[in-house]
Design a protein around this ligand. Structure first.
Ligand SMILES: Nc1ncnc2c1ncn2[C@@H]1O[C@H](COP(=O)(O)OP(=O)(O)OP(=O)(O)O)[C@@H](O)[C@H]1O
Ligand SMILES: [Mg+2]
Length: 365
């Protein structure tokens, strides 16, 4: 009897002890999470309200059950902010919902979405001072871009086949490894290849031409082949994880749009495609800001046979890609193997053109 009592007491004590331990563990975890989020805020210098609050998702919206959440996801609405900025009839049409329901969902999303904070102009100026510029190997092209390809930016290079988009990607990958005195970043590269056009031999050729050891260069370029658009987006998540241990200074997506274009065909799919592209670009931009890195995306052009004047070509992806890119370069083939690059859109530089060539050694004037 005495032993049974003691045994029961022991079990009870052990039980209480384990509960207490679990509670302490939970508190420590919460504290670590809070510290991490506070550190993040300090780093990016923005005013964030409720920074350590768990991010709400579309499943948390009032009146949204699993079926509606599924409909929203299928229509490409994965984020609250994307819903918050819609009008009820647009959302109703795109997600195949009733207009009253849509209106309620939008109201909820407006309350729950993280709209973002304000930062002082001085803080931004400080961030801008960290911007580094990468040489392309062509002085004319560098000058067009105000001294080279900038970090904290997405540069979109578009043009028809053979215009030199992939060549620019290869050259920038090599130059990223150069020390800063030679116009490089002395950093590493993530290369998302969607068309199977990454060529290590070409990298080696360009590396030797600038006096780098090709094997060292190839070691610092991390290449992944993306098999479809979903995979392409997952690879960006992978970069997020890997860049904790890798000093990433350049991220290339060649091509940004080919999978999206092939998979989302027709007018009915357009909204979904644009939303996915938008999210993809936002994630890339975030990486470029966090790591003070350059993001280079390439894009094809579609022929616009009805255009009577000007260049009958237009970049794929329309406004979304255009607005998300900080700089847009339009490439054209010219006589004698020359290429003409036109700076189409830039927040602080005038429009203009530069002529460069693609040689065996790489990009040159
Ligand atoms: N080793 C080399 N030496 C000289 N020129 C080269 C070399 N390799 C490629 N080029 C030039 O680059 C061109 C190919 O350019 P690139 O592959 O960058 O085109 P792109 O714009 O990416 O086209 P696409 O839309 O098909 O992907 C070739 O036609 C050739 O003129
Ligand atoms: Mg290419």
């Amino acid at each position: 009897m005495y032993y049974t009592f003691n045994y029961a007491k022991g079990v009870l004590l052990l039980f209480i002890y384990r509960i207490a331990l679990r509670d302490i563990e939970r508190k420590v975890r919460e504290m670590a999470k809070k510290i991490a989020s506070e550190k993040l805020d300090e780093e990016d210098g923005s005013i964030v309200i409720d920074a350590d609050e768990e991010q709400a998702t579309i499943d948390d919206l009032p009146g949204v059950g699993p079926a509606t959440a599924e409909k929203l996801r299928e229509a490409g609405f994965e984020e609250l902010l994307a819903i918050a900025v819609m009008s009820p009839n647009e959302l109703a049409e795109q997600a195949e919902l009733g207009e009253a329901v849509s209106s309620k969902i939008i109201q909820g999303a407006k309350k729950m979405a993280n709209i973002g904070g304000f930062v002082s102009g001085n803080k931004l100026l400080e961030r801008r001072k960290e911007v580094q510029k990468l040489t392309s190997g062509s002085a004319a092209l560098d000058e067009l871009l105000g001294g080279g390809f900038e970090t904290q930016a997405i540069v979109e290079v578009y043009g028809e086949f053979g215009s030199g988009k992939t060549q620019i990607g290869h050259q920038l990958a090599v130059n990223t490894i150069l020390p800063s005195e030679q116009g490089g970043f002395d950093g590493e590269i993530f290369y998302i290849d969607t068309e199977d056009t990454f060529r290590p031999e070409r990298i080696a050729q360009m590396a030797e031409a600038v006096g780098l050891d090709s094997s060292v260069v190839l070691d610092r370029i991390h290449v992944a082949r993306a098999y479809n658009s979903a995979h392409q987006m997952l690879l960006v998540d992978e970069i997020k994880k890997l860049s904790k241990n890798i000093d990433v200074k350049l991220i290339i997506v060649d091509s940004l749009t080919s999978h999206f274009r092939a998979e989302y065909v027709g007018r009915g799919m357009l909204a979904t495609r644009q939303q996915k592209l938008n999210r993809h670009l936002k994630e890339l931009k975030q990486l470029s800001d966090v790591h003070n890195a350059l993001v280079l995306v390439t894009n094809q052009v579609m022929s616009k046979p009805d255009a009577m004047w000007g260049d009958p070509t237009k970049a794929i992806g329309g406004h979304i890609v255009g607005h998300a890119s900080t700089f847009r370069l339009y490439l054209r083939k010219s006589k004698g193997g020359r290429r003409i690059a036109r700076l189409v859109d830039s927040p602080n530089l005038p429009e203009g053109e530069a002529v460069f060539t693609v040689t065996a050694e790489g990009l040159r004037d």
